[in-house]
Design a protein around this ligand. Sequence first.
Ligand SMILES: Nc1nc2c(ncn2[C@@H]2O[C@H](COP(=O)(O)OP(=O)(O)OP(=O)(O)O)[C@@H](O)[C@H]2O)c(=O)[nH]1
Length: 248
Amino acid sequence: MYIIMENTPEMECVDHGEGLHSDSAYGSSAVDTDTEDCLTPLEITFPYNEDQMHKTIMVGDSGVGKTSLLVQYDQGKFIPGSFSATVGIGFTNKVVTVDNAKVKLQIWDTAGQERFRSVTHAYYRDAQALLLLYDITSKSSFDNIRAWLTEIHEYAQKDVVIMLLGNKTDMAGERVIKREEGEKLAKEYGVPFMETSAKTGVNVELAFLAVAKELKHRAAQQPNEPKFQIHEYIASEKQKSGCCGGYM
Ligand SMILES: Nc1nc2c(ncn2[C@@H]2O[C@H](COP(=O)(O)OP(=O)(O)OP(=O)(O)O)[C@@H](O)[C@H]2O)c(=O)[nH]1
């Protein structure tokens, strides 16, 4: 007698001896057979549940462009003018189509100022993705990335998806952080990296799409399916767009 257990990625043949009962813990998935061979594996898949909401948080120093990046992504526009720092926290819902599935992102914009830091920490815990920004025209915002990563590792879940973004690439004349420096730091921490501009919209869509793809693949990994490689995906997209032209 053998039972094939449902939700087991690889087929298992378990010998339970004689007398398989219909009120078995495995219910209808239990298969009664008198043969000595294992049965053909069941076609087990883990469909992606489109109802789930993926909490994604934007973090980084005050003024790096978190709000502007989110506004560009959500509304396709950039509001120039005087800088008004975010106070508190708020979110925007976005639906991204990944491989014909609708992936729902709930994107939280946080205040970068130090005085709001304890509020932000509380939101890390159930975040599935974090977009960590620095401003390519601000050395201090780049230097602080290590401290942000330390905080993220302290307060967020271990498997949170982290993406490092160097924002404001349109301000090439004022650049103080080379793209290579961003890449090197990202490599050190094993996180994907891109340069963006909330003003021109360069790479904004791609950054969120890459995160959505990673989240979707994690949530619905098929048995024997190769793991989604976010680094390779970004690299190939960069290549397609003739990377890097001072942008990525
Ligand atoms: N040129 C240019 N300016 C940008 C870009 N992104 C943001 N800015 C400007 O930088 C300033 C700060 O942008 P915000 O989006 O408010 O920055 P933030 O990270 O949300 O700041 P906090 O809310 O304090 O955490 C604003 O004046 C924006 O217009 C960009 O990509 N290019």
